[in-house]
Ligand binder design. Structure first.
Ligand code: NDP
Length: 315
C-alpha cells in the first residue's frame, strides 16, 4: 500500500481507504463488516471513513468497535456531520449547536478520544460559514478533532471557507470529499484546479460508481442478486447508471483491464489516483474478497497510451 500526504498537511493516508455507507449497520452483517475492516487494516489501509448519518450512528459504532483493537495512532478516522439525525429543527445542518452535539455523539459512538478528520457533509445555506468554522476550530483547540474538511462543496463555497478562516484566524479546511469516478468526472473542471491552487486534497467517494466499474452489471443481463443494485436500500444514482449505453462502455473498459492483466476495479481505482491532488479513493466493500482485490490498485501506474484508450472508450 502506498501512502499520500493529505494536501499540504503532514498527515499520510493510504491511497485506498475504506468507507461504511450502505454497508456496515445496513445490508452487511456485523461479523462480515468486522472481517472486512480487519482485512483492510492488515493490507495496509490506514484510512477509514464513516458519517454520523450512516445507518443513523450504527456504522460509526461498528467501525469504532472493529478498530478498537488497533493502536489509535495506526489509523486515520474520518466522520461527518450535516444530514438529519432526528426530526427536530436542530437535528441537522451545520449550526454551532448541531455540530458541537454531533461531534461528541460521534466520539461516543466511535469510542475514541478524537476524530482525525471531521467533514461538513454538505454546505448549509442556513448557517453562516463563520459559525461552523468557529465551532470546528473550538473542537480542534479542545483536541477532539485534528483536521477539518468538507464534502461536495463547490469551489466558491470552499473559497468562502478559506477566506473566512483567514479573516478570523480559524483553522482552515484541508480536504474535500467529492464523488469521482470514470462515470462522474465533474470535479475535473473546477474542484481539482481549486484544490491544487489552495492545497485542498480530494478524498474521492464512489470511485467504482458503487460497483458498476467492476464490470459485474452486464448490458442486457439481470442484476446480480447479492449486489448493491439489487438491495432494496439501494439508491437512484446506481439505478440511473445501469443503462446499456453505459454498461457497454464498462465492458470495453473491462476488456482493456483484462489485456493489462488487472481487474476493472483495479483499473478504475488506479485511474482516480493518477491525479496527485486525489489523496485517497474511498472504496466500499460488502465482501472480504472485494477489499483484497481493490487494494492491489495502489501503486499501479497508467501509461499515457492506456489513459488515451480509456478516454476513447468513455467519449
Ligand atoms: P464504491 O464505488 O467503491 O462502491 C462500493 C460497492 O461496490 C461495494 O459495497 C460493493 O457492493 C461493490 N464492490 C466493490 N468492490 C468490488 C469488487 N471488487 N467486485 C465486485 N463488487 C465490488 O464506493 P461507495 O459508493 O460504497 O462509496 C465509498 C465510501 O465513500 C462510502 O462507504 C462512504 O464512506 C463514502 N461516501 C461518501 C459520500 C459523501 O457524501 N461524502 C457519499 C457516498 C459515499 P456490492 O457487493 O453490494 O455490490
Amino acid at each position: 500500500m502506498n501512502y499520500r500526504r493529505l494536501g499540504r498537511t503532514g498527515l499520510k493516508v493510504s491511497e485506498i481507504s475504506l468507507g461504511s455507507w450502505l454497508t456496515y449497520g445496513n445490508s452487511t452483517e456485523k461479523s462480515t463488516a468486522v472481517e472486512i475492516i480487519d482485512t483492510a487494516y492488515d493490507l495496509g489501509i490506514n484510512f477509514f471513513d464513516t458519517a454520523n448519518v450512516y445507518a443513523l450512528g450504527e456504522a460509526e459504532i461498528i467501525v469504532g468497535e472493529a478498530l478498537k483493537k488497533y493502536p489509535r495512532e495506526s489509523y486515520v478516522l474520518a466522520t461527518k456531520v450535516f444530514w438529519p439525525m432526528g426530526e427536530g429543527p436542530n437535528d441537522r445542518g451545520l449550526s454551532r449547536k448541531h455540530v458541537f452535539e454531533q461531534a461528541h455523539a460521534s466520539l461516543k459512538r466511535l469510542g475514541v478520544d478524537y476524530i482525525d478528520i471531521y467533514y461538513c457533509h454538505r454546505y448549509d445555506p442556513e448557517t453562516p460559514v463563520e459559525e461552523t468554522l468557529r465551532t470546528i476550530d473550538d473542537l480542534i483547540r479542545q483536541g477532539k478533532i485534528l483536521y477539518a474538511g468538507v464534502s461536495e462543496w463547490t469551489a466558491a463555497q470552499m473559497a468562502e471557507a478559506l477566506q473566512t478562516a483567514d479573516r478570523y484566524l480559524l483553522d482552515r479546511i484541508v480536504v474535500n470529499q467529492p464523488q469521482y469516478s470514470m462515470l462522474n468526472r465533474y470535479i475535473e473542471k473546477e474542484i481539482i484546479p481549486f484544490g491544487i491552487k489552495n492545497g485542498i486534497a480530494q478524498v474521492v467517494f464512489s470511485p467504482l460508481a458503487q460497483g458498476i466499474l467492476t464490470g459485474k452489471y452486464k448490458p442486457g443481463s439481470e442484476i446480480p442478486k447479492d449486489s448493491r443494485a439489487a438491495d432494496p436500500n439501494s439508491n437512484m444514482y446506481i439505478l440511473n447508471n445501469l443503462k446499456d449505453e453505459i454498461l457497454v462502455k464498462v465492458q470495453k473498459l473491462d476488456n482493456l483491464a483484462k489485456e493489462m492483466g488487472i481487474t476493472l476495479s483495479q483499473l478504475a481505482l488506479a485511474w482516480t489516483l493518477r491525479i496527485d491532488n486525489v489523496a485517497s479513493a474511498i472504496i466500499g466493500a460488502s465482501k472480504v474478497s472485494q477489499v483484497k482485490e481493490n487494494v492491489k490498485a495502489s501503486g499501479i501506474k497508467l501509461s499515457e497510451e492506456i489513459l488515451q484508450k480509456i478516454e476513447e472508450i468513455l467519449a
